[in-house]
Every structure is written in structure tokens, then in C-alpha cells.
Write a new protein. Structure first.
Length: 208
């Protein structure tokens, strides 16, 4: 059976904490200047919209839907401004060699926009490692962990393939498991694994 590995990006391919901090700073500034949302009210507004739209990993998508803003406008003021070099995102030759050794077909699937994901992949020195980068543009108006997003991705893949999702968020893996996919939790958490997670890894070089 054909094996397909879907790798999440932020928090899975690379440590995204610094990039998330930059994103939050830029997003707060954008929300203040463009929407009149004071920085002190931003977090509560974001929580409310995430709850309303059910899109945990894409607050930009939630704001776009709530305020009728072009998503490209939000991306230009947030993702496009992130300085990956200052976030410590650099070529990882060891990771590249290992991923190329895997016999499975490799794709990226993330809730981030395609332009940003390609920047990350290139900064990591992983250009040519993945056949495709599936992003928000491929699943709109849905995103992980919404079931409709998984259905959209599954339609793009061979019907007879065994799909494995490698992600740092358990919620995203829960939906994948419900669809019959294999699930791998990436990260250093030592908490007990939920029953819907098949395996835990601390680094992607542990994938076989």
C-alpha cells in the first residue's frame, strides 16, 4: 500500500515559538490600526472568534471571516513580515537527509498560507523534499481541525494510500484518527498519549 506522510509546519518542521511571537505582535498592531481593536482587547477577541469559527490554528482566517477582510491583506501585515532568520530558522542538513531517506511520499499540510510555508521550507533547506505543500488555500473556508479540511486534502490524495499525519497538536490528530489515518504527535511533551495518537516522536529524524 502506498504510504503518504503529511507533515505539519509550525511546531513540527521547526520550532515556531519565536515566529509566533512576531506574528502576534504584527497581528495586534494590524488589528489596532485597521479594526480599532485595542491591544489589550485583542486576545479576548481572538479567543471569541476561534470559538465561533472553530479554527484553532488560524486566527487570521477567523478575523477575515468575521470582519469581511481579504485574507491576503492580513497575511501581508503578519506572515509576510516575519523574519525567519531572526527566529533561528536555518538549513537543517541532517533533517533533509533523513526525510529524503523515507520511502513514503512526503507532503506538508499546514493552516498557514502557501507563500509563508514555502519561505519556511526554503529556509530549512528542504526545497525538493516535499511533493506538495497543502495550505489554507487548499482547504478554505475550512482548516485543521475541522473535518471538512481533512476531506478536502484526502480528495487530493490517492484513494488507496495509507495516510499518516505528523503534527504537534493533539486536536488535529484526533480528527485524522477519526478518518482512519495514522497519527504521530511531534514534540517534547511527556503527557500520556490520547488513544487516538499512535506514536510520539521528539524529532522528525525518528520517523521511519
Amino acid at each position: 500500500m502506498k504510504q503518504i506522510y503529511l507533515f505539519d509546519s509550525d511546531g513540527t518542521l521547526y520550532d515556531a515559538e519565536d515566529a509566533k511571537r512576531q506574528f502576534d505582535l504584527f497581528f495586534r498592531t494590524f488589528a489596532d490600526h485597521r479594526l480599532g481593536i485595542a491591544p489589550g482587547d485583542f486576545q479576548e477577541t481572538r479567543k471569541r472568534l476561534i470559538k465561533k469559527y472553530g479554527i484553532l490554528d488560524s486566527s487570521a482566517h477567523c478575523f477575515s471571516r468575521e470582519y469581511g477582510l481579504p485574507i491576503a491583506e492580513i497575511y501581508a501585515e503578519t506572515y509576510d513580515r516575519i523574519d525567519l532568520a531572526s527566529c533561528g530558522v536555518r538549513s537543517d542538513h541532517r533533517l533533509r537527509k533523513h526525510l529524503l531517506s523515507l520511502r513514503a511520499t512526503r507532503h506538508v499540510w499546514t493552516n498557514a498560507p502557501r507563500v509563508y510555508v514555502r519561505r519556511v521550507v526554503n529556509a530549512l533547506g528542504l526545497a525538493g523534499v516535499f511533493e506538495q505543500c497543502f495550505c489554507l488555500e487548499d482547504t478554505e473556508p475550512y482548516a485543521k481541525p475541522q473535518r471538512e479540511a481533512y476531506d478536502a486534502i484526502q480528495r487530493k490524495l490517492p484513494g488507496d494510500a495509507e495516510i499518516t499525519l505528523i503534527d504537534d497538536r493533539c486536536k488535529n490528530l484526533e480528527t485524522a484518527h477519526a478518518l482512519g489515518w495514522r497519527t504521530v504527535l511531534a514534540g517534547s511533551s511527556t503527557e500520556q498519549l490520547p488513544t487516538y495518537v499512535h506514536r510520539r516522536i521528539t524529532h522528525l529524524t525518528e520517523m521511519t
